[in-house]
Design a protein around this ligand. Structure first.
Ligand SMILES: Nc1ncnc2c1ncn2[C@@H]1O[C@H](COP(=O)(O)OP(=O)(O)OP(=O)(O)O)[C@@H](O)[C@H]1O
Length: 221
């Protein structure tokens, strides 16, 4: 999977938040978007995730796959541009401004979510609940969870969805030291082959990202 941004820009009213963003982001890599409060990190991530329309420029999503081999011949890897609808099936998102369904229990919520985005193969809901250490609370409505427990649920929803792209906005919000360790183990166990983008000002959240860029680089107009 590859995401290409070409001259991407976003403005609210007359104010350009970023402009001239040209980047290629590829699967198997982790990227961090940093920058001061209000600089446009979330706005850029939301545009990449298709939740927000750009004011100018474009975003393309390209998947690569190897069609099944014919006879003994090895087939070439084929690249295919995806339409927006198709691309969004490959994206999962975790962010403070995205809500979980508070009226559901954790088990019900994961069952519900699975109908729209399949889970990583070989993962049962029971196993996911165990992975995030919430076995004792699995039958409790999410509305009664602490903020750190809710954050674990949001991380699980994003990381255990079978998507090539994982977008994480402030992924360690409300997590304690154990929760932060859990986040890092989920990233290293389940995100190696995927395209991960983390929006953050806290190096602890993006320590594993090979490429770090600041949204302030895209403020020159
Ligand atoms: N819907 C909107 N309408 C008008 N302005 C907006 C809207 N959404 C965001 N902004 C503005 O865009 C700018 C960038 O906001 P954004 O949330 O992307 O910043 P951020 O870098 O993620 O900040 P933080 O570190 O505080 O989370 C801010 O000035 C914000 O006020």
């Amino acid at each position: 999977m590859k995401i290409s941004l070409t001259n991407a820009g976003k403005r609210f009213n007359r104010e350009w938040i970023y402009r001239g963003v040209t980047l290629e982001l590829t699967a198997g890599n982790a990227y961090a978007i940093t920058g001061p409060n209000g600089s446009g990190k979330s706005t850029l991530l939301q545009a990449i995730g298709g939740m927000l329309q750009l004011s100018e420029g474009s975003i393309g999503y390209e998947s690569s796959h190897r069609p099944s081999a014919i006879g003994n011949q090895k087939s070439e890897i084929r690249n295919q541009q995806l339409g927006d609808e198709e691309a969004y099936k490959h994206i999962s998102f975790c962010a403070p401004y995205l809500d979980v369904i508070e009226e559901m229990t954790l088990t019900e919520f994961l069952e519900f979510h699975r109908q729209f985005k399949p889970l990583l193969s070989s993962f049962s809901i029971k196993r996911i609940v165990e992975e995030i250490g919430l076995e004792a609370a699995a039958a409790k409505q999410i509305r009664y969870y602490s903020s750190g427990m809710k954050q674990r649920v949001k991380l699980a929803q994003a990381i255990f969805s079978d998507t090539a792209i994982v977008l994480l906005d402030e992924p360690c919000s409300n997590l304690d030291a154990k929760g932060i360790a859990l986040y890092h183990s989920l990233i290293s166990n389940y995100c190696k082959e995927r395209l991960v983008i983390v929006c953050s000002n806290d190096p602890v959240e993006y320590s594993f990202c090979e490429t770090v860029f600041s949204v302030t680089e895209f403020k020159k107009q």
